[in-house]
Design a protein around this ligand. Structure first.
Ligand code: SF4
Ligand code: SF4
Length: 193
């Protein structure tokens, strides 16, 4: 398999591509934008509502909100492009979300091995697939391992948040974002009140 990012910006402009966010992404975004939880929710984040059927199909865990379950993602402009795309370049490149770092690849663990695949949408929008050099599988496995580890931790946080909201704490997204930001590294999110 060959791949080379041609820096066309296609993935950043695609209205159908959802840039999902983990706890680490939220911390990176808060650091680079210097926004607090309320402004992040208002200006940067989007909550894509999901129903039970969709939830079963997704590899990304939803969070509880007072409007129901939702996938946390990055806001887009009306034309479908990412709010951080400026002159066809990512204006937050060092802090770009994990989804952007791994695109056009997906990762999973099967029988103890990291397996990679191609994001379905990428086959339509990514001209870099099939171009350039053969991919370095060791390098790709390293990226995949980081992504899988981050997603596992995020899944634990969403499960913890679910338990907290079931115990009566209102499922207000700003509160979850605040707890994630308070954890600094995102490694030890506590939900005690
Ligand atoms: S669509 Fe593919 S080639 Fe274009 S910027 Fe995204 S990853 Fe790179
Ligand atoms: S954060 Fe950057 S890399 Fe990711 S979609 Fe937006 S502009 Fe593209």
């Amino acid at each position: 398999m060959k791949f080379e990012c041609l820096k066309c910006g296609g993935c950043c402009k695609d209205e159908k591509t959802v840039v999902t966010l983990t706890h680490r992404d939220i911390i990176r975004l808060a650091e680079i934008t210097r926004l607090g939880e309320k402004e992040l929710v208002k200006k940067v984040l989007v909550f894509y509502q999901v129903n039970e059927k969709l939830e079963k199909l997704l590899a990304f865990p939803p969070i509880e909100t007072y409007r129901g379950k939702a996938i946390l993602g990055l806001r887009k402009r009306d034309d479908g492009s990412c709010i951080f795309l400026q002159n066809n370049l990512c204006s937050i490149y060092p802090a770009r979300p994990m989804t952007c770092r791994t695109f056009p690849f997906t990762f999973s663990i099967q029988d103890g091995w990291i397996k990679y695949g191609i994001v379905t949408r990428a086959r339509d929008i990514c001209p870099g697939l099939g171009k350039g050099k053969e991919i370095d599988e060791d390098q790709l496995a390293e990226i995949g391992w980081k992504a899988i580890t981050e997603l596992k931790k995020y899944s634990k946080i969403t499960a913890l948040w679910k338990r907290v909201t079931q115990s009566g704490v209102p499922a207000i997204p700003e509160l979850l974002i605040k707890l994630i930001l308070q954890s600094k590294s995102g490694e030890e999110v506590t939900m005690a009140h």
